[in-house]
Write a protein that binds this ligand. Structure first.
Ligand code: MG
Length: 271
C-alpha cells in the first residue's frame, strides 16, 4: 500500500490556551510546533493564524511570516487555510495565497457549523480555485458533505482545478457528516480515478477515522484543530498525536511518507 501522508493541523480557529495550554497561537509557537511535528513524521502542516487575543486572524503579514519560516527551516509541505472563520470575504481569503504555499484548503460548498453557517457561494469558490490554479497551488478539497465532492469535480471539469484531485473528508462535526466507516467508504469509493484522500475526524472521532483511513489506503490529518485530547481526560500535544498515528500505522504494516514522498503521491509541482 502507498505510504501514509500525515497532515498536522496544529492550531485551527477554535481552541485557546484556556482550553489547552498546548495549542500554538503565536508565530514562534506555530513554527516551533511545525518543526517538532515534522521530526515526529508529519509531512504537511495546515496553517491557521491568530491575533494577540488568540482569535482567528487573516493578517497576511502573519501568514507570510509563518510560511517563510517554515519553508526556510523545514521540508514540510505548507498548506494554508482559506477557511472563512478568520475573514469571510474573497479578498481576505485570496491574500493568504500570495506566498504561493504548495497547498491550500478549499471548501467547495456551504455547511452549518454547530453555532454558525459556513457560507461559500459558488462565485467565491470559483474565484479561490482560479487563483490557486493560476499560482499553481494544489487545493485540498475540504469536504463537509457529499455535495462538496461533486462541486470539486465540477471545478476540474471547468478547468478551475487540475487533477488528480485531493480531498479531505471532515467527519464528526455536529451539523455535518457523522464519523462512520460506512460514510467514509461511500465517499472514498466515489471519487474520480487517481484521486487521493485524507480524513479529519473531529474530537474523539479523530483516532477512529484515522485508523480506518490507514487500513483503507487513505491518508490522515491529526492535530489540535480537530481534537485536543489524547484520550478521555488527557490533553494532547500536536506531536503526541503525530507520534501515535506513526506508531499505529507502522504496527499495521503501513510506512509513513516523508514530505518529498508525499509530494510525489499528491503530484505537487506537476500542474
Ligand atoms: Mg482548517
Amino acid at each position: 500500500m502507498e505510504k501514509l501522508i500525515i497532515t498536522v493541523a496544529p492550531t485551527g480557529s477554535l481552541p485557546k490556551k484556556k482550553d489547552t495550554p498546548h495549542v500554538p497561537v503565536t508565530v514562534e509557537e506555530i513554527v516551533a510546533c511545525a518543526l517538532r511535528c515534522e521530526d515526529a513524521g508529519a509531512s504537511i502542516v495546515h496553517i491557521h493564524i491568530r491575533d494577540e487575543d488568540e482569535n482567528p486572524s487573516d493578517d497576511p503579514r502573519i501568514f507570510n511570516e509563518i510560511v517563510e519560516q517554515v519553508r526556510e527551516r523545514s521540508n514540510l509541505i505548507i498548506q494554508v487555510s482559506t477557511g472563512g472563520r478568520a475573514g469571510t470575504d474573497l479578498e481576505s481569503r485570496i491574500l493568504r495565497l500570495q506566498m504561493r504555499p504548495e497547498m491550500a484548503s478549499l471548501t467547495t460548498g456551504s455547511v452549518n457549523f454547530p453555532h454558525s453557517a459556513y457560507v461559500n457561494p459558488p462565485d467565491l469558490v470559483d474565484a479561490l480555485a482560479g487563483e490557486m490554479r493560476r499560482l499553481e497551488i494544489k487545493p485540498e478539497m475540504e469536504i463537509f458533505d457529499l455535495s462538496m465532492v461533486n462541486n470539486a469535480v465540477a471545478l476540474a471539469d471547468r478547468d478551475l482545478a487540475v487533477g488528480p484531485l485531493h480531498f479531505n473528508f471532515v467527519m464528526g462535526l455536529r451539523g455535518a457528516m457523522p464519523a462512520k466507516i460506512e460514510h467514509l467508504v461511500h465517499l472514498s469509493t466515489g471519487l474520480p480515478a487517481e484521486s487521493t484522500w485524507t480524513v479529519s475526524g473531529i474530537g474523539a472521532a479523530q483516532l477512529k477515522m484515522n485508523l480506518h483511513a490507514v487500513l483503507m489506503g487513505g491518508h490522515v490529518r491529526v492535530g489540535l484543530e480537530d481534537n485536543i485530547y489524547y484520550k478521555k481526560g488527557k490533553l494532547a500535544t500536536n506531536e503526541m498525536l503525530v507520534e501515535r498515528i506513526v506508531r499505529l500505522s507502522k504496527e499495521l504494516g503501513r510506512e509513513v511518507a516523508t514530505p518529498d514522498e508525499a509530494r510525489k503521491i499528491l503530484h505537487l509541482g506537476t500542474s
